[in-house]
Design a protein around this ligand. Structure first.
Ligand code: 2AM
Length: 170
């Protein structure tokens, strides 16, 4: 599908934490590749890819029906994937986070909505096409998660922008 909207569900990184991690990243020696814009920092729960706009109503309904507990998310492990994605991940993912992602993915499957079926591995991407893991101690990001959101990934003249279409309390 070339039309439609590129969508994903995610936890937004709160502005103060996004500012902190961006300052840390900007303090590093320059890397090749692309950093994720401060306003775009997030933890993906489920990546849907292109979806018809007509599906938005059912996505809102299924997301609104999910029930979980607020939890603290602590991202303290810096990782570099073979594909050059530099990310922060929890050393111990909270059970409530896994429950939220699993519940969401099950609801999507039940509604017949396609999504990326890779096993859920919570992380916050900082950099793409990096060629080295920065030296030194990993920074730590932590916040109380009480909302998740549906995002529209848009290509703009200023680069990709993630716009929140709706969000829900957890
Ligand atoms: P992200 O790193 O910005 O969260 C489609 O695969 C998108 O889903 C990727 O661009 C990535 O975006 C996210 N993703 C990839 N692998 C994942 C995984 N194992 N668990 C959760 N999200 C993943």
């Amino acid at each position: 599908m070339t039309d439609g909207l590129r969508l994903f569900f995610a936890l937004p990184c709160p502005p103060a934490e996004a500012e902190r991690i961006t300052a840390w990243r900007n303090s590093l020696a320059r890397q090749p590749g692309r950093s994720v814009a401060q306003d775009n920092l997030h933890v993906t729960l489920a990546f849907l890819g292109r979806q018809p706009a007509a599906r938005l109503a059912s996505l809102r309904t299924l997301a609104g029906a999910l029930r979980t507990e607020p939890f603290e998310l602590r991202l303290e492990r810096l990782g570099l994937t073979a594909g050059g994605v530099l990310w922060l991940e929890p050393s111990d993912a909270p059970a409530a986070l896994l429950q939220l992602a699993t519940g969401l993915r099950e609801a999507l499957a039940e509604a017949g909505v396609d999504y990326d079926r890779q096993e859920f591995r919570p992380h916050l991407t900082l950099y793409r096409q990096a060629d080295a893991r920065p030296e030194g101690a990993s920074p730590v990001l932590a916040w109380q998660v009480d909302r998740f959101a549906l995002y529209h990934s848009q290509d703009t003249a200023a680069g990709v922008r993630y716009r929140s279409l709706a969000d829900w309390p957890i």
